[in-house]
Design a protein around this ligand. Structure first.
Ligand code: SOE
Length: 385
């Protein structure tokens, strides 16, 4: 096995999830290229150093640009909020570094197009790119893709995709970066709606060609910082800020194969914690998945009724690399599966999937949703890639 140097930018939720994957991929998959976790980049020296020590990175820097010129970094993994994806990814690709970038690819369609163009140019020199739609590497989702590809569902008639959370139902939840357009690009639509769109397009192998959409922001003002119960109780003047993104997005659309699709992305589905759900109905049968029961895929054959498949068998995607049947995987395992595939693609000189081009396809759907919602839910075509 060879070695390949990795630099990570960002060390919050996604930085922690990716670090776990870089630490575990060698032991589980024995990839052709073993990652050397060379450097973690953060915003301040002390926090970057503390995160590097905690997450297993050999060094730390407070300037991500250092990674562009380091000889011990061949891969740059971007785990920052969307407002910096384009700048970092384009600079990294131009510096000849392979890039893994968290989703959504960018905060705007223009940024996504620039990233995809830079990726195409770099790929001509063997520099690889991937966008981290991690749910494609959940065994049940990969098995769903396999079943559709094998024709088990026949003609696709319906796709029903939801991504439901409830972490901001409390009006006292502060105005974090995910609720600010200038940092996040959009709200539930880009953050979790992008997963629903990519998962639906991946499993069906089809694209959304047009959408009619509604978006809503239920709570429009939020405290700028976490409000202590005492302060809230005294109903003292708490400084607030305006929420500039959607709390929920609902849209319907047509699939390139002629089927009909419905999507729901909400952070106000009280009681739903991380419910990415997909149901696909075809002429020969259906499948249904709920991430909150992520080791199960429900399959109907010919209308005989849904049966539960526990996706932990050795011949199921990824499952055999981990544990014996029935032991199950979790959220973190999908990131290790994803990084294993990325390393294999880099080692074999092939383009990883999903690529920045796939990320641009999702961005085009998000842009069509926002255009439709802004124009009274007018049916809006998704630009062709
Ligand atoms: C949103 O809270 C979030 O962290 C998304 O940003 C992730 O992509 C998703 O996997 C879990 O929820």
């Amino acid at each position: 096995m060879g070695q390949i140097g990795v630099g990570l930018v960002g060390h919050e939720f996604m930085g922690r999830a990716h670090s776990h994957a870089w630490r575990s991929v060698g032991a589980v998959f024995g990839p052709a290229l073993l990652p050397a976790m060379a450097v973690l980049a953060g915003r301040t020296p002390d926090r970057a150093a503390a995160a590097a020590a905690r997450l297993g990175w050999a060094s730390a820097t407070a300037d991500w640009r250092d990674l562009l010129t380091r000889d011990d970094v061949q891969i740059i993994d971007i785990c920052t909020p969307g407002d910096s994806h384009a700048e970092i990814a384009i600079a990294a690709l131009e510096a000849g570094k392979h890039v893994l970038c968290e989703k959504p690819l960018a905060n705007t369609l223009a940024e996504a197009e620039a990233m995809a163009a830079a990726a195409r140019k770099a790929a001509a020199n063997g520099v690889r790119n991937m966008v981290a739609f991690n749910y494609r590497r959940v065994p049940a989702i990969a098995l769903a893709r396999r079943l559709v590809e094998q024709g088990a569902l026949g003609e696709i008639r319906h796709v029903r995709a939801q991504y439901l959370q409830d972490w901001i139902v409390d009006p006292q939840f502060p105005l974090v970066w995910r609720l600010r357009r200038e940092l996040a690009g959009s709200g539930a639509l880009g953050d979790i709606g992008s997963h629903a769109v990519d998962t639906a397009q991946y499993v069906t192998g089809q694209r959304l060609t047009g959408v009619s959409a509604l978006t809503e922001t239920f709570i429009k003002e939020r405290p700028l910082a976490t409000v202590s119960a005492g302060l809230a109780a005294q109903a003292q003047e708490v400084e607030t800020g305006t929420v500039t993104v959607d709390d929920a997005a609902l849209f319907i659309g047509r699939l390139s194969g002629g089927g009909l699709a419905s999507f729901e992305a909400s952070r106000f589905a009280t009681g739903r914690k991380n419910a990415l759900r997909l149901e696909v109905n075809g002429s020969l049968g259906s499948l249904a998945f709920d991430f909150e029961a992520m080791n199960e895929l429900w399959v109907d054959k010919g209308g005989t009724g849904f049966r539960r498949v526990l996706v932990t068998e050795p011949d199921h995607p990824y499952a055999g690399a981990w544990w014996p049947p029935g032991h199950g995987l979790g959220y973190d395992h999908a990131f290790t599966n994803e990084i294993a595939d990325f390393l294999d693609a880099v080692a074999s000189g092939t383009d990883p999937a999903p690529s920045f081009e796939d990320g641009l396809r999702v961005q085009r759907v998000l842009a069509a949703v926002e255009r439709s919602a802004a124009n009274g839910s007018m049916y809006t075509l998704v630009e062709e890639s």
